[in-house]
Every structure is written in C-alpha cells, then in structure tokens.
Design a protein around this ligand. Sequence first.
Ligand code: MG
Length: 381
Amino acid sequence: MGSTVKHLAVLGSTGSIGRQALEVVRAFPKRFRILALAAGENTSLLERQISEFKPRFVYYQAAKADAISGEYQFLSLEEMAAHPEVNTVVVATPGRSGLGPTLAAVKAGKVVALANKESLVMAGRIILSEAKKNGAQIMPIDSEHSAIWQCLEGETKPPAQLILTASGGPFHHYSRAQLEAVTAEQALRHPSWRMGKKVTIDSATLMNKGLEVIEAHWLFGMPYDNIRVLIHPQSIIHSIVEFADGSAKAQLGCPDMRLPIQYALTYPERLPNPELPRLNWSLISHLDFEEPDLNSFPCLKLAIEAGKKGGTYPAVLSAADEVAVEFFLSGRIKFTAISSLVKQVLKQHQAVAQPTLEEIMTADAWAREKTLELIGGDNPC
Ligand code: MG
C-alpha cells in the first residue's frame, strides 16, 4: 500500500531546493528512483549526484560547463519533464527557466512538485488550464502554499481568507534611509530560511511575498482581496486559512524546506523522517504578527497591484525584478533601486490582457531590456 516507486525528475538538482529534495529521496530509498537530474553550471556537484543516483537522463548547461562523462542520455528540461517514464517532476530551477518545463510537465499530465513560483506568476492562467485539461497535479513546495494546502485537506468549501506569513527578512523594521545602504552580503543573511540567492534577496525586499500572493491566487483560485500578508518573524506558522464561520487553521513547523518538499513528494502520506527537525513547544514563548510596512518595502504592493491588473503585468514585474536582483547581487545598484526599477518598468508597460505564451515571453523580454536600459548597463545574461 502506497509503496509504488515514484520516478522523479529533479530540475535544478544542484540548487538549494534540489539538494534538499535529494536529501528527502535519500531518506526513503525504496520510495523513489531518480530518473532525471538537471542542473545549470555546477557540474562538479552534478557529477557527484550522477554517480550516487545513476539517473538515465541528465541536463546541464553544456555551453558553459565542462562535459560530464557517464552512461546517461542528455535531454532538454522539457523532454525530461514530459518523459513517459517520469511520473513526478520537481521544478526547482530559478526564475524564468522554470516556465518551459512546468508547462511541458502539466501538458504531459505529470505530478508537478513546484518550487518555481515565477512560472505561475508569469503564466498562471495557462498552467492551471493545461493542468486541468491533462489531469496534471500541482503540489506546491513553497512553504506558505504547502501550509495552505495542508490546512485545506478535508475541507469541502472554499475558505474565506488566506493569510500568508512572512518572516520580514533581515531588514525588518529598517527605515527607507537605512535600506539605501544595505549590501548584498547583508541581504543574503536570511534570519530563518536556507534558500537560493534570488529568493533570499526577494525575501529581503518582500517581493517574494508579493510573488507568493500571485502564486496563491492561481493555486487556490482565491481572489486577491481575500489574500492577506502578515509579518511573523519567528517563521513557525507557515500560513493560515480562515473559513466562513471564522474558524482558522494554521500549519506550524520548524523553518526547514525539507518538510514541504517531503509532503509534496509523499502526498497523501506523512512519513516519519528522523532527519527533519521537530518543534520544541516549550521553547516557543510567543508568536508575533504585524502588518507589513509597504512604504519601506514597496515591492509587496507592486506585486499585488500587478497581480490584480493581471494580463502581462505579473510577467513584467517578475522579469524586471530578476534583472534588478542580478545587478544588486553584483553590487551595481542599491537595494532600494530594485523596487524603483520594477515600478518604472511596470509604469511604462503596455499590457496584453489574457496573453498567449508568446505574448508573455515578449513582455518578459521587453521588461528585461527596459530594466537594463533604465540601469544603463549591459545585459549580463
Ligand atoms: Mg515561501
């Protein structure tokens, strides 16, 4: 019972989520078989993963990396996501690169353990309708969405409100003036979560929470006005669902991404894993909540506005942010320039309502060019 071996493709296997997904797989060797691994440029780690898990299919950015020898077939991300022998696809590639494989996986009717939020932000309408048409299941790996998913289990009516919690990041309570001076090194020191660089910077600007509001809108079919964000610095409550009668459910746990990853991979089962930390209840003296400061952290507001306007706005928001974060990480723009760039790019965008995939990609490319033009820099990609 429940012992069928799941054949996994892990896209982004050398990144933070990918590595943690493989830790979960290691804890349950009889449950999972790694059929495909895909990485970017970290070929030395990928090589070790290949010799440990012996996948049949492999992808890496060959043009930039040294070739890896071995007995595998080289496939594109889309090909492995749609391969008939793969049944669960973990999409943990960063940014825009998650969209193609996510779409390929839902079109092929796979179980998609989705950590890449940008794909839903860019093309939520298309992904959800393709998933429905082809019987694909999307299992959220984002901790907030996993929390909401867990709270909704067994409920038959849509909830009244979703409350996404946010740690507030390393600059919680900083003024706008203090934020002007923060460095990439400071921004990468997240107080509670172990994550990749892009999402860590997005957490510091609160853009991450804004992208998550859009993600929740699509995953749970919830109107924007019924999604709220609360700062909860302890990162113990991962999100809250309120129902029509005023009753609320929350999901709690240590801030460790392996928990939502494991839930997505073993769903509907919950399995004991001695590697996962447990909450020490007697040490939790208080759980704090406060409203987010939208003046110091305008990215959250920009994202919710872009989500409400819909069309190509969310794709433009996401693309402008990706470029701006890249420039901030390399020390070429200030922390506060991230939000002002995104704001200016959104303002100049002429949106398409109900866009096709091509129109989304065109808007994405336009937004990247426009952001670069505003920075006055060369395209680093
Ligand atoms: Mg999250």
